[in-house]
Design a binder for this molecule. Sequence first.
Ligand code: DNO
Length: 420
Amino acid sequence: MKQTWRWFGPADTISIDALLQAGVEGVVSALHHVPTGEIWSVEEIRCRQDQISTRQDGSPSGLAWEVVESLPVSENIKTQTGDWRDHVDAYRQCLRNLAACGLRTVCYNFMPILDWTRTSLRSPMSHGGFAMRFDLIDFAVFDLHLLRRDGAQADYPAGIREAARDRFGTMTDDRKNRLVDNIVAGLPGTNDSWTIRDVHDHLTAYAAIDASRLRANLVVFLELVVPLARELDINLCCHPDDPPFSLLGLPRIMSTAQDYAFIMKVVDLPQNGITLCTGSMGVLPSMDFPAFVADWGSRIHFAHLRNTRRQAPAFSGKHSFHEDTHLGGDTDMVAVVGALLGEEARRRAEGRSDWTIPMRPDHGQEILADINSNSMPGYPLLGRMRGLAELRGVMLALDPFYSGDSLLNSGTELSKLSPE
Ligand code: DNO
C-alpha cells in the first residue's frame, strides 16, 4: 500500500518537508478554497501539485498529489433541487481537469447536510492526550434543545431524552456554543460550514427525501459521472457515512456493506469504487472488513485506516464512540491490513496496473507536542505519525512485497547523495 497523508494545502500547519521526515510517500489533498459546485481550474490544480512537489528550499520533495479528497457533491445534487444539473456539469469538468493534470483517484461522499460529525473534538484520555468523540446524549442535546428540530423527540428513546434534558440543564453557554460549532461549523475537510438556520433550511429540502429517494439520486449522479470517469481513467471512490447511521432524521445510505453492494452492482463499473474507511464503518458491530474486502476488494481504490471504540449509550443500531489509537479500538486492524495486502497480491497476479492501494493513517489522537500545537481536529502531526508508524510496522510484517523502505521512507545520508 502506498503510505499517503492528508495535507490541507498551504494553510496546513504541517509542512510538506515534515511529511518527508514522517516517511510519507504521497499526498491526499483538495482545493478546499473552491466553493462546492464550482469548477476546479487546471491552473489551480497545477498550483496545488507544485506546492506538494516542492520543499521549502525550492528543491523537489519527491511527493506527488496522489488522491483527491474530496471532490464534494453539492446539496443540490444530493436533493436534485435548484441548479443541480449545472453542479453536475461542473463536477464533470472538474474530473476532466483533474485527469488532464494526471490525477486518477477521486474520493467523495454522499452524506446529507452534515459531513463527518463529532460532538467533542478534544476528549481527555487516560494517557494524557486527547481524542475525538461522538456521544449520543450530546447529539440529542443538540438536536432536541439547540437545533430544536421538528419531530426530533420521536427519534430518541425516553431514557436518552431524559438524559439529554438533564445534561442540557447543566451546560454553560460556552459549552452549548462549542457543541453547536462542533456539529454544524464543519470539521477539517468538510466543504460546507453551516449555521443553525442553514441546517433548518436544508432540513426542509430533505422533507420529501427518504433513503430510497436519496439512493436513487446517488444512482442518477453516478450514471452522469462514472462513464466519464471511465473515459478519463479516473477511479471514483465513495467514502462511507461517518458515523454510519442516520442523524437528524436524515437518511444515510452509504453506511453498511449492503449499502455498498447495492451501489456497486447498480453502476457496475470499476470506476464506481469504494473508499474503505475502517473508522467510519467499524462503529457498526456487524462490520466484517475481511469479508467486505473479499467481496468488493477489486473496487477499493483508497483506504482510510483508523480505529474507534464503541461506548455507551447505544440505541437502535446507533453507538457512541471515541477515536482510539490506530491498532487499538474495536476493529482488528491487522486483519484489515492483511486483507488489503491480499487484494493487492490478487491484483498483481491479474496484471492490474493499479494494484497499489493508497492508504492514509486517518485521524490521530492529540499527543505530546500536538497538544499545544493548535493542529486541526483529528489531524495532528504526532498522533497521525504514531498511527502511520504502527501501520507501517504491520505492513512490513505481513507484506512480502513491502516497498516502504524506499529512499523516501528511510532517508539517506545527504553526504551519500552528494559526496563532498
Ligand atoms: C474525515 C474524513 C472526511 C472525508 C470526507 C470524504 O476525516 O474522512 O472528511 O474526507 O467525508 O468525502
